[in-house]
Design a protein around this ligand. Structure first.
Ligand code: FAD
Length: 426
């Protein structure tokens, strides 16, 4: 394939993990690759992911791994079969970096950072002849050509926000295109979802972008939030309803924020919670503040004589409940419930918290929505032949824990292979 494709010119738009992996695979297949990105440098969200300990993939039985993609497991499966968790680790090792598996099964680069990985990767991509065009914002199509807002002829001077001071429109007509434009969160890092209406105008079926892996707003009282905002709940379970109304129970950690809740335990349930709020206006979760204890055991402890002690100090001495957990009980139970051992024990095991709305899309970890699977033949847009898509811009979602990056990298490989096969068949 290599020699026959040397005149095959592909534009990859978007230099996140999906676009960079597509570029690498295309170059390995012999294509001439140009990567365009709106920002001054590529991989900005990838770098942000590295700030909080980047999980690149997940170590668990593959049959379980694929189920994390929910309804999109079936269409993603061929991509993951071709480039799954093992391939992701091999890719990192191939860049000269080691990985390790954390206790939760999350796989991290040894230093947990993204910057060394991105540096090594970009070095290799440049060596393979890929050309990078930074500050090239794609604006859609004009006369069937790709139209970019590109830096003008003033030596690349920038305005106060780092954007080119003078710009020109640049029209590019490659043989094929890979779009890897990301979702719609953290717009200041480049992924602003502006492409959605442009694809829709070309007849591509798209779903609106929606927050995924997100926190939620709760109407905490000023008294509670001023005392407990920022405090983590380390050992709790959350009970919520899934799309069929069945109860789901997950144990882990989350954080009380000034106006709500966030953290891995909440993110894990967030898709169902977001959909319930969209349908019903709000939803309820129930907290189990002592997940390793039965309600009867909690009640037995609470029923022991407390003498002149207040219920709050009784809670602390008998059950170790204090701080934010005690605050939550006071916040979510009435005075009467708090003062009655039986009702308090029931509250400790099943404390209702009403979620009002997901956090704004721009601050969430990932987004759902985007190019619908039915708009695709493999990874090619049925409505725009020769244009392939990869990464978070496709309508799938997954929990945190390395699943997002794995599917983005696998999608980049798949889009590139589809583009190479398409070129070879022509
Ligand atoms: C705080 C945070 C932590 C995260 N941690 C993890 C983690 O630990 N593990 C994990 O698996 N995932 C994590 N993620 C998610 C992961 O980073 C994303 O899912 C992934 O980066 C998406 O890759 P992508 O290539 O599809 O898009 P992106 O990385 O968003 O890249 C899209 C690129 O397209 C460019 N672009 C967009 N529009 C245009 C345009 N019109 N013209 C030109 N260029 C354009 C953007 O500038 C950007 O460079 C995290 C996300 C956040 C926000």
């Amino acid at each position: 394939m290599q020699s026959s494709l040397t005149s095959f010119r592909v534009a990859v738009i978007g230099g996140g993990p999906a676009g960079l992996m597509a570029a690498q695979t295309l170059a390995q297949g012999g294509a001439q690759v140009d990567v365009y990105d709106a920002m001054a440098s590529v991989g900005r969200k990838f770098l942000l992911a590295g700030r909080s300990g980047m999980n690149i993939t997940h170590d668990e039985p593959y049959a379980d791994f694929v189920t994390r993609y929910g309804a999109s497991a079936a269409p993603l499966r061929p991509m993951l079969d071709a480039f799954g968790p093992g391939a992701v680790r091999d890719f990192v090792h191939g860049l000269g970096l080691e990985t390790f598996v954390g206790t939760s099964g999350r796989v991290f680069p040894t230093d947990m950072k993204a910057a060394p990985l991105l540096r090594a990767w970009l070095h290799r991509l440049r060596e393979s002849g890929i050309r990078f065009h930074m500050r090239h914002r794609w604006l859609g199509w004009r006369d069937e050509a790709l139209c970019f807002e590109a830096p003008g002829d003033d030596g690349g001077a920038q305005d106060g926000e780092g954007r080119p001071a003078a710009t020109r429109d640049l029209l590019v007509r490659p043989d094929a295109v890979v779009l890897a434009l990301g979702g719609g969160s953290w717009a200041r890092l480049g992924s602003d979802g502006a492409w959605l209406p442009w694809l829709a105008a070309r007849g591509v079926a798209v779903a609106p972008l929606a927050p995924a892996n997100c926190g939620f707003d709760v109407a905490w009282s000023e008294h509670f939030s001023s005392r407990h905002a920022g405090e983590p709940l380390m050992t709790v379970a959350v009970i919520a309803r899934d799309g069929q109304g069945q109860e789901m129970r997950r144990q882990g950690q989350f954080v009380v924020t000034r106006g709500g809740v966030e953290g891995s335990l909440i993110y894990a349930l967030s898709a169902a919670l977001r959909d319930q709020i969209a349908a019903d206006g709000q939803t309820t979760i129930w907290l189990d503040l002592m997940p390793d204890w039965s309600e009867q055991r909690v009640l037995d402890e609470l029923s022991r004589p407390r003498g002149a002690r207040s219920m709050a100090s009784h809670l602390q001495s008998r059950l170790g409940i204090k701080g934010v957990k005690a605050g939550l009980l006071r916040e979510c139970l009435s005075k009467e419930q708090f003062g009655d051992e039986t009702r308090l024990a029931a509250g400790i095991k099943r404390l209702p918290v009403t979620l009002l709305r997901p956090r704004p899309i721009d601050e969430v970890i990932s987004t759902a929505g985007g190019v619908r699977w039915e708009a695709l033949q493999g990874t090619m847009l049925k409505a725009v032949p020769g244009v392939f898509v990869a990464g978070e811009m496709i309508d799938w979602e997954a929990p945190t824990g390395g699943y997002l990056l794995t599917a983005c990298l696998a999608g980049g490989v798949a889009a590139a292979r589809d583009a190479l096969a398409w070129a070879a068949a022509r």
